[in-house]
Design a protein around this ligand. Structure first.
Ligand SMILES: O=C(CO)[C@@H](O)[C@H](O)CF
Length: 539
């Protein structure tokens, strides 16, 4: 990277406020990553004592994250970018970013005035620490709003009707249901709230120095946005606000903007404190998966698999077929298109737990044991849900042997393969339920931490019977944000595909499916469906 750092080159910055860390990437005119920096919440901000960046209560099914930790991470990451060589922030032409979807931030009355008048000689966290009515924000792992979900679906008519309107049936982690729960149980905090941001628009607000609008793509993850008319659904707003729709609409901000829309220039705080150019523009921030769709430069026959805290599959769709399975979001690159998405809450944290239990917390041993068992795992199937899963909504570990009988435990090598095969079998059958079937021509583009693990990627190729490509860059959210920042200024002269053409070539084959993969995993998928049905419909 040393050879491409020049002090006079134009740069675009992308941020990704994900569950476990804040990431930042700077790209140059040639779309090459020239600087990057990370702040890992648990390790770098230990005073908050988070576990994987969150606080969770398995009994109450709640999951939150301290807003102040996110703000302190911003204070840290810009200095780390400077330490990593980005001396002159005046080179930065534009900024965008993304955040974990569905999380919500509650700004106290009077906070926008504080945002607009920040003192550049002081840290952000010192000045904003009294600006939030809810100190620990609900985040996407929370599943404590089942009552609110049922009420919303009843109010709109049915789960399917809500899916047609907003792209998804009611999901516990979706922001509208989280807001509804806060109105019911923490009305004092809600009534003192001036603005409700998503994690993405919260981050954007820090950079533009006032409340930033929610973008269409991340807004599609709230059960509040009409994805057909591209505006808030008054029926949904009325339902979740318990008929206080005018107040909630005001708190959300009436405007929802296309993801590639410019929303302002950088706040004077960053100009004075870090030396940004006052003309540095800010493009709307979006959800992490939407930004990853851009960062992975998906083609029409590609599907992306993000193997992070959540395991997420997403792909571009021209005509949405909303169903009570999965999600349809407005597309971040072209808001006349859509993106399909399947999410599994139990991703990297579960793989890490199984590694700790079965492979002495050692990935090399994990891979050795995984590779030591033949494909199909002798017919053994496992379900491993540290958190209540999104679909099926169950929690716990469940193991079934070749005969379909539940067993209490597996040998370590069988457990490891059952965990990885089970995670991918679930993604496979739920993606097929959404109408997307992979074939030999399908390219699976893998990103996220586990995409750098060859043994796990080989299982992904076999279960989907498709070739898996990985790029040299597992941080697709931050990269996608930087690309969207640059594209927002060029969209009138070229398409996104034209802009990123050269990046597509950087994807390399990471694993090809075995010849017997289709036979083995088609049969295992049938058995997986039957067992999942049995778990969700107890006798
Ligand atoms: O809930 C999800 C998407 O619906 C997750 O992928 C989060 O965005 C992860 F931050």
């Amino acid at each position: 990277m040393e050879s491409i750092k020049q002090s006079n080159q134009k740069l675009w910055l992308g941020f990704d406020l994900s569950t476990q860390q804040l990431k930042s990437i700077a790209i140059n005119e040639e779309l090459i990553i020239v600087y990057e920096a990370f702040v890992h919440f648990d390790n770098d901000l230990p005073e908050f004592r988070t576990n994987g960046g969150i606080y969770s209560d398995a009994k109450a099914h709640t999951a939150t994250a301290p807003v102040l930790m996110w703000i302190k991470a911003i204070d840290l990451i810009l200095d780390r970018l400077r330490l990593n060589g980005l001396i002159d922030f005046g080179q930065v032409i534009g900024i965008s970013g993304c955040g974990q979807q569905h999380g919500s931030v509650y700004w106290k009355h009077g906070s926008e005035r504080i945002l607009m008048n920040l003192d550049p000689t002081r840290f952000l966290h010192e000045q904003l620490n009294q600006c939030f009515t809810i100190k620990d924000s609900p985040i996407w792992i929370d599943s404590s709003t089942s009552v609110e979900c049922k009420e919303l679906e009843k109010s709109i008519g049915s789960a399917h009707r809500l899916a047609q309107l907003t792209g998804s049936r009611a999901y516990e982690r979706f922001t509208g249901n989280q807001i509804s729960k806060i109105i019911k149980h923490r009305y004092d905090a809600y009534s003192q709230t001036e603005r409700i941001s998503l994690v993405s628009s919260f981050l954007a607000s820090l950079f533009i120095g006032r409340y930033a609008p929610i973008d269409l793509s991340d807004g599609s993850g709230m059960n509040l946005l009409d994805i057909n008319r591209k505006q808030w659904s008054l029926d949904c707003i009325r339902a979740v606000s318990l008929n206080q729709e005018n107040d909630l609409m005001k708190k959300l901000g009436h405007e929802v903007v296309p993801t590639t829309q410019l929303i302002g220039t950088i706040s004077d705080y960053f100009v004075q404190r870090y030396g940004f150019d006052p003309d540095c523009y800010i493009t709307a921030f979006t959800g992490d998966n939407s930004a990853s769709l851009a960062g992975m430069c998906l083609g029409s026959n590609d599907i992306a698999v993000s193997l992070g805290t959540s395991d997420t599959i997403f792909f571009t769709l021209s005509s949405p077929k909303p169903s009570i399975e999965g999600h349809i979001l407005c597309n971040p690159i072209d808001h006349n298109l859509y993106m399909g998405m399947i999410v599994s809450k139990n991703g990297s944290r579960t793989r890490r737990r199984i590694r700790d239990d079965c492979a002495d917390s050692n990935w090399s041993k994990f891979n050795e044991l995984l590779d030591s068992v033949p494909r199909g795992n002798f017919g053994n199937i496992g379900f491993y849900f540290d958190f209540q899963e999104i679909s099926p909504t169950i929690i716990g570990d469940f193991r079934f042997n070749y005969y379909g009988n539940e067993v209490l435990n597996f040998a370590p090598e069988i457990e490891i393969r059952a965990c990885v095969e089970g995670q991918f079998l679930r993604l496979k059958i739920h993606t097929e339920n959404l109408g997307f079937k992979t074939d030999k021509s399908t390219r699976i583009l893998a990103t996220g931490g586990a995409s750098t693990n060859p043994s796990i990627i080989k299982v992904l190729a076999d279960v989907f019977n498709a070739t898996v490509f990985t790029d040299s860059m597992p941080n697709s959210g931050a990269l996608g944000s930087a690309l969207l920042a640059k594209y927002s200024q060029e969209k009138s002269i070229k398409s996104f595909d034209e802009m990123v053409e050269k990046l597509r070539a950087t994807f390399k084959i990471a694993a090809k499916p075995s010849l017997d993969a289709n036979d083995i995993y088609s049969a295992l998928a049938v058995k997986y469906r039957q067992l999942e049905d049995r778990l969700t419909r107890p006798i």
